[in-house]
Design a protein around this ligand. Sequence first.
Ligand code: ADP
Length: 434
Amino acid sequence: MNAVLAELLTAIALTMLATLTGWFAAGERGATVLLMGALAFFFLRQLWLVLRLIHWAGCPLGTPTPSASGAWGAVFEALHRRARLASAEREQATQELARFRRAAEALPDGVMILDGHRAIEWMNLQAEACFGLKASVDTGSRITHLLREPEFLGYLDSPDHRGVPLEFQTQRNPGRSLQIQAAPFAAGRTLLLVRDVTQLQKLATMRRDFVANVSHELKTPLTVTLGFLETALEALNDTPPQEVALYLQTAAEQAQRMQQLIDDLLTLSSLETDSPPPLEDPVGVADLLADICREVEALSGGRHRISLENHGPPGLLGSARELRSAFANLAGNAVRYSPQGGEILLGWSEESGGGARFSVSDSGIGIAREHLPRLTERFYRVDRGRSREAGGTGLGLAIVKHVLERHQAVLQIESEPGKGSRFSVVFPPHRIQS
Ligand code: ADP
């Protein structure tokens, strides 16, 4: 305000000075000429400064304001300050946007922003991976042109999709199940959240199958037990005691089967939930093998030729209880799946590179190649009837697999139908105690 006043007063003073000078020098005419000259000078100066301002307004952002004195100097200074402030605010907004994008990139879920026409404005890497899209190519394209699955299109169109997720599969990313959730926000835009739920769905299916399998496995022996107990009760008065004892004996065998199944389930569950992995307790291998050998001989009841070859290191580091259970399962299977007169060899040897190998070879029924990859699945059996006959629960190799994983050991299976099998457990060097 002061600068404007000063400029005005200076202009009036200079105009009066010019008029008076003209008056004294050349009378009335001189005064008029100098007055007109002074007014023209002030007018042209204002015009020139306005033109500089217009020119500056057309320059790129950040160009310094023109310099001038007086009122115009104050105007330019004020504009300069505003321009600096705007530029700082812009810089801050850019940084915040970059921070938001980095945060959105770090999200475990996919995020996509659609404009009012369903065109992709932005998406993070997870969204690219889930939908099988490329941000560099597909940004700007309508999502409805890229993903054409009817349930997806229907979901986007439905007015009440807010808060209710949709699960679907897209041809752009075959074999994956996606869960999406749309949330409309400002100016007709939509925020699309996407998550790959393939693994979760697999787990849910596995859980359902597992419950169905357990129920089925328990139902059969339970039905048999109940049947024999009822028959025994009915026959109590008019049947010879030996016959009743036979019924009770069969019922007891079935109850034992159920008990074995429940024991195996509890072992599996404790292996799956017991974290951290087993302690590195020293386990004497010679004693462990001798125990397993005795158990196998008892199970065989003299029907097989059983031998033991121990050329390996004396100790293992791990859980004695878990290792015993895994070794006993493998050795027990060799007995149960080898006919009378079969040969079973338990072996413990060093591996090149510092590891060691426990192996169980048998001359039993063998296993066809196509079954080998699935043997460690829970309840997977090559021959269900034979497994039941042999008193199997279908959980033995699943237990073995878990124990070995917890000891960083691997299971190798070689087998030929009709000739026999060799199950080997290879331990890494850090599990060996020399
Ligand atoms: P099961 O209790 O039925 O024996 P496992 O998990 O121990 O369950 O084994 C899974 C299946 O693998 C068995 O049902 C059997 O078909 C096959 N199997 C395991 N060990 C042997 C073996 N030594 N010889 C032949 N088949 C075997």
